[in-house]
Design a protein around this ligand. Sequence first.
Ligand SMILES: [Ca+2]
Ligand SMILES: [Ca+2]
Ligand SMILES: [Ca+2]
Length: 203
Amino acid sequence: MASEFQEWADGNRNGMLEPPELREFLEAVRALIQEPHPVRTPVDEFFNLDGDGEISPKEMIAARNFIFREQLRRIYQYDPDLARLFNLNNDEWISLGEIEPFMDLLFIPETREPREAMGPLERRADRNRDGFVDEGEFEDFARQIFAIAALLPLAPEEGRQRAVGKRGIFAYVEVSENGRLRTRSTTISTGTRTTGSTTRRWS
Ligand SMILES: [Ca+2]
Ligand SMILES: [Ca+2]
Ligand SMILES: [Ca+2]
């Protein structure tokens, strides 16, 4: 069975997360890692390690670190192409040092200050390739990183059975085969805002 962490969101059990299911799932992950709170979703349940009905500050931090640090570091096992997005120095693996800027981008708003696209992370975020990363580009980039991390299967052996296939991830986050982000407006929802995203299949 695929992990309960993601599988519950596949309401119609067809093995794919359609846009409404995907939105619900991503919103649950967002709620999980935002602040301590009572358990409300299966995602919360998954990280309620002591089973006391609350996501404590410690469990929240554990969830953040697991989903956005441990999982992203293992991305090569799932998809070498997608892994290039995170492999800032283009070597054979993704180090902790490479993941930190992505964690900062997600959790420290000040790191999304508009700036010139000098570094490897900034160049990846610079969608329109004008050499400058504006606020919107950072926001979009952060949403994509968030979705990629949340949708990775929890263990390599689950890769074949997980609810969201690799193609689904590619389609949803608009990442091209060479790991570069496509120039298109965001398709990923945040908060209560929803977008009319479509799930395109790659062939
Ligand atoms: Ca708890
Ligand atoms: Ca690397
Ligand atoms: Ca730009």
